[in-house]
Design a binder for this molecule. Structure first.
Ligand SMILES: Nc1ncnc2c1ncn2[C@@H]1O[C@H](COP(=O)(O)OP(=O)(O)OP(=O)(O)O)[C@@H](O)[C@H]1O
Length: 598
């Protein structure tokens, strides 16, 4: 992505991680085309013979735009199937049978895979393929015993939920779980990676749960949605082949949707029974769900948020719950204790006093000020615009190039949730945040200042690397920002930052929403919502206008240390946890205890 100007503290040995690596496990093209293709199976007897009754029952309708597979519902689809299987009905039936069988059962894992972890700690080095999703780069992480227990349990194939305070490594573990699941279940389409928001989906290299389930923008009633979904071949096929459904940021998942996902996979009992009857699908579907219910809640309907754990089916579906207990983001036990009190909505007098004492100003680090967190996006835009206008410099505007196959309204909604903005206005002196991982020291969340603009060719020449051939020619003339980043160890790195692609992909070659943009955002201010999942070395937050339970906790828990945190208007009444979450929390056990119940 970018080029280095100054000596890095760590050699940039790893390539820039990319958010382009998405659904690797995808059903074979023939089967993904099944929704449309089924329409094209002229001989209905073939379909009757090969598919379970649930699939025969529905007259497969036209897929919506966002459900279309790479090969659209065209009249030549049957020909494709025919070419591969011979022209006879029997040949087609055999081919379809083969495909379905090939998708069915969990394969024997490669040597060493799929076995419970026996060692107490596990190095991630070499275990994450280069296509691992990007948010956190885990090469140097050694998993703790409790994290390893969750990995062990995941291979048993029972649905599980794991949670933990902010910074306990849920996301880091999720990356490993995803890559492990994909390795042990290499059948195409067997592992679905989803999150409740577009931002989180983009971060883990997946799609939104709404997209996966076929719920779309969610304006229909559950019944209408289910009825429509039954008619979409591609969605039905997705449900049919998936073996592991991974759901991140479950705190923002509404109980109703979880109920639909968990209880029926959006099919009614009869249909489900039919599918279960079919030998190749057996009963091996399970869910891996993660998130922290003390963080941002689902959007409240009629003033009341209904959490996923309130769904009737939650206890029936989730067979095991694990709570991670070791906090990594903050190393100071006092700060960890303070944050835990805030999480539970019960700050002690000591904690209140300590947070109030943090209202002092944090010194700027040269030209980098602490990033300010706001509850509302509008406030963020105003704060950043005001700072930008004070720069008195020439501005450079970078317009994103957007595309994607999702239906327009839905695509816009997905793109809106991206960190990368449609239009990025920058000038020398602008404070920016990197929104992609580059290597161990330049990560999603690294903050710096724009020091100049130059083309790749100019940059390479200055760096003494002037013969990069076509690369240089390709980017010749276009000037990109050179950013001086602050590193946590106090050092600095300068880097030319060139455009990257951000995307949400249902499956390989089916990009629902894609944005090519310079991977930076203005970082004098960011929203609490977009800060979820981030780690900030130096930040400031004014709690006067927080409006949602969980917001104070999300905001404060982004800080790495008390020294790097400025808090204004801390008041215990602002610190609230949902009573329902507190009740649910009482039922949870730490990972070690959960494991001993086996
Ligand atoms: N076993 C580990 N050893 C050392 N560092 C770890 C370990 N697990 C996670 N981390 C680090 O801890 C930090 C926080 O991890 P992560 O973001 O995964 O936490 P989280 O629980 O997802 O937080 P949040 O709920 O705030 O999103 C990251 O920098 C991550 O690399």
């Amino acid at each position: 992505m970018s080029s280095e100007l100054e000596r890095p503290t760590t050699p940039p040995s790893a390539p820039a991680l990319s958010q382009e690596i998405l659904w690797e496990a995808t059903p074979p093209k023939e089967l993904w085309d099944e929704g449309p293709t089924l329409q094209g199976i002229e001989d209905a007897a073939v379909a009757r013979e090969v598919l379970p009754p649930a699939f025969q029952k529905t007259q497969i309708g036209n897929p919506t735009d966002n459900e279309k597979g790479p090969v659209q519902a065209t009249s030549d689809a049957p020909a494709t199937l025919e070419q591969k299987s011979g022209s006879s009905a029997a040949g087609r039936a055999q081919r379809l049978r083969d495909i379905i069988n090939s998708l069915g059962n969990t394969p024997t894992p490669p040597t060493g895979e799929g076995q419970p972890i026996t060692s107490k700690k596990r190095s991630l080095a070499h275990s994450t393929p280069s296509s691992a999703p990007p948010r956190k780069k885990p090469e140097s992480i050694e998993f703790t015993h409790e994290q390893s227990l969750i990995l062990d349990h995941a291979v048993t194939g029972n649905s599980l939920f794991y949670t933990g305070n902010a910074g306990t490594g849920k996301s880091a573990l999720l990356h490993e779980l995803i890559s492990r699941m994909k390795r042990t279940r290499p059948k195409l389409g067997a592992v679905a990676v989803t999150a409740t928001t577009g931002l989180a989906a983009c971060n883990i290299g997946g799609t939104t749960l709404h997209s996966f389930t076929g719920i779309g923008v969610g304006t229909e009633t559950a019944e209408e949605a289910a009825e429509r979904i039954r008619k979409i071949g591609a969605v039905r096929m997705r449900w049919y082949v998936v073996k592991v459904l991974i759901v991140d940021e479950v705190s923002m998942l509404d109980a109703q949707l979880f109920g639909q996902v968990g209880s029926s996979r959006l099919l009614d009992e009869e249909e489900l029974a039919a599918i279960r009857w079919y030998p190749s699908t057996s009963h091996s579907f399970f869910l891996i769900v993660t998130g922290d219910f003390f963080q941002l809640p689902p959007v409240a309907k009629n003033g009341t948020a209904r959490f996923a754990f309130e769904a009737e089916v939650w206890p029936m579906i989730i067979k095991k719950t694990f709570t991670l207990t070791t906090v990594f983001r903050q190393r100071d036990p006092e700060f960890v204790k303070m944050l835990n009190e805030v999480r539970l909505g019960l700050p002690s007098e000591d904690t209140t006093q300590k947070f109030r004492s943090l209202s002092r100003r944090i010194e700027d680090d040269n030209d980098v000020i602490p990033t300010e967190l706001f509850p509302q996006r509008g406030e963020v835009d105003l704060a950043n615009a005001a700072r930008l206008n004070m720069l008195h410099t020439a501005f450079h505007c970078f317009k994103a190039s957007d595309s994607g196959s999702a239906e327009k309204t839905y695509r816009t909604k997905l793109l809106d949730s991206f960190m990368a903005v449609p239009e990025l206005k920058l000038g020398v002196g602008a404070q920016v945040m990197l929104i992609k991982n580059v290597d161990e020291t330049l990560v999603n969340g690294s903050v710096g200042v724009v020091v100049s603009f130059c083309s790749q060719a100019e940059y390479d020449e200055e760096k003494g690397n002037g013969d990069r051939g076509s690369d240089v020619l390709a980017s010749c003339g276009v000037k990109y920002p050179v950013v001086r980043f602050k590193l946590p160890n106090g050092r600095e790195r300068k880097r030319l930052v060139t455009p990257e692609v951000f995307k949400i992909e249902m499956k390989k070659n089916e990009i629902q929403a894609s944005r090519k943009q310079v991977p930076l955002i203005l970082a004098w201010a960011i929203s609490i919502h977009k800060s979820q999942g981030q780690t900030l070395d130096r930040m400031k937050v004014d709690l006067a206008r927080v409006f949602e339970k969980g917001q104070v906790y999300v905001a404060l828990s982004r800080a790495k240390s008390l020294e790097g945190l400025q808090v204004l208007n801390f008041h215990p009444t602002k610190v609230e946890a949902h009573a329902k979450v507190l009740e649910f929390n009482k039922t949870l056990m730490c990972a070690n205890e959960s494991a001993t119940l086996d």
